[in-house]
Design a protein around this ligand. Structure first.
Ligand code: SF4
Length: 361
């Protein structure tokens, strides 16, 4: 998108309340591409993107992550990998889907079929991304090469520290040197294949235990040709920032907690509800979860009943109406349980109950 149009669009969206933002985005998108009309008519999707979790398994033990604590195993998310057979069937059946985000609750590189998934996505001209995040601690050489050879579009690597000492405080069981080595290998393949892909982002969650390393990490990211992206901690009770002014100066963020962000900007930080319309989350086993936060209940199974039946189902339509304020809460709808819907700031900001995928970070 042309930068001026993008700026005008963002200024407009920033002035709107959440539900008006969804309405405006919907019309802007629908007008921008005839394929979107077709996908909306056929599948109830606005756009050409879905999210399918390639793996909900993870090898790290990040202290406040529900994948690491084992909580997700007890919920509909479970512990598993997207099979290549399901991925292929989905891509073949829905040619109107052109973008698939593969990361959410787990580490996609633990999926033993990830190389085939990446290759097939490339053959079908699908834009694959892992923007939600990867830890990149366990990846073999063939997959490193496949990311470049098959033009995997973009990847966010979660690296909250410039030294192993601070990195390992949150990424328990991880090894910063290994991660950096893998990034360097990807960069070498990018030179070999003369390719800009995958675009790489260094995501740095600003905690109290790493706030003194922001500048050093930014320098490392630049040397590795990565975009440096500081992010606010989802739960301010875990390792809160100590020197707020210094952390803001170094990170470029205008807040050091999500509560402060909301007070300053009069909007929530990174609320993902619009995914129900624009990029619905599908679990590795086909359950339609709707958004990347929901781990409580599903809206049917896409691999069993098909995308149209699930996306146009009564339950997800009711959830959308709830989010737009047109219907009241209902017990069998996941959003009813969710702090974002309840606007429950004690759960959203203080970490009284770490149950959403922001805790995966
Ligand atoms: S209210 Fe919660 S579960 Fe519902 S769409 Fe928003 S983030 Fe997802």
């Amino acid at each position: 998108m042309n930068p001026l149009r993008s700026l005008a669009r963002n200024l407009l969206l920033n002035r709107l309340s959440w539900n008006n933002e969804v309405r405006v985005k919907k019309y802007l998108r629908m007008l921008s591409n005839p394929l979107y009309f077709r996908n909306h008519f056929r599948y109830g999707l606005i756009g050409d993107e879905v999210r399918i979790d390639a793996s909900t398994k993870c090898q790290l033990k990040c202290p406040i992550c529900p994948t690491a604590t084992g909580e997700n195993r007890e919920r509909p998310i479970g512990w598993g990998n997207l099979s290549f057979a399901h991925f292929k069937e989905f891509v073949d059946r829905y040619p109107g889907i052109r973008k698939i985000e593969l990361s959410n609750w787990g580490e996609i590189f633990l999926n033993p079929e990830i190389e085939e998934i990446i290759r097939y996505g490339y053959e079908k001209d699908i834009e694959l991304t892992a923007i939600n995040g990867v830890n990149l601690n366990t990846i073999n050489e063939k997959v490193l090469e496949a990311l470049v050879k098959y033009r995997f579009r973009a990847m966010t690597v979660s690296i909250d520290g410039a030294t192993n000492e601070s990195y390992q405080q949150y990424r328990v069981g991880g090894n910063l040197e290994k991660v950096i080595q893998s990034i360097e290998r990807i960069n070498r393949y990018k030179e070999q294949y003369q390719s800009p892909y995958p675009k790489m982002v260094w995501q740095f969650i600003v905690f109290g235990h790493n706030e003194h390393e922001i500048a050093e990490a930014r320098g490392m990211a630049e040397r590795l040709r990565m975009l440096f992206l500081p992010k606010l901690n989802a739960y301010s009770v875990y390792s809160p920032v100590r020197d707020k002014e210094a952390a803001k100066r170094e990170s470029g963020l205008d807040a050091t907690s999500r509560m402060e962000y909301k007070q300053k900007n009069k909007r929530y930080y990174g609320i993902p509800c619009s995914q129900l319309w624009f990029s619905p989350q599908i679990n590795w086993d086909g359950k339609l979860l709707g958004c990347c936060v929901n781990g409580w209940m599903d809206f049917g199974n896409v691999f069993e009943s098909g995308l149209a039946e699930c996306m146009k189902g009564e339950k997800i339509e009711y959830a959308r109406q709830m989010l737009l304020g047109k219907k009241g809460p209902r017990e069998d709808i996941a959003c009813t349980t969710c702090p974002y819907y309840r606007r429950d700031e004690s759960l959203m900001f203080q970490g009284a109950e770490e149950t959403d995928s922001d805790a995966k970070m």
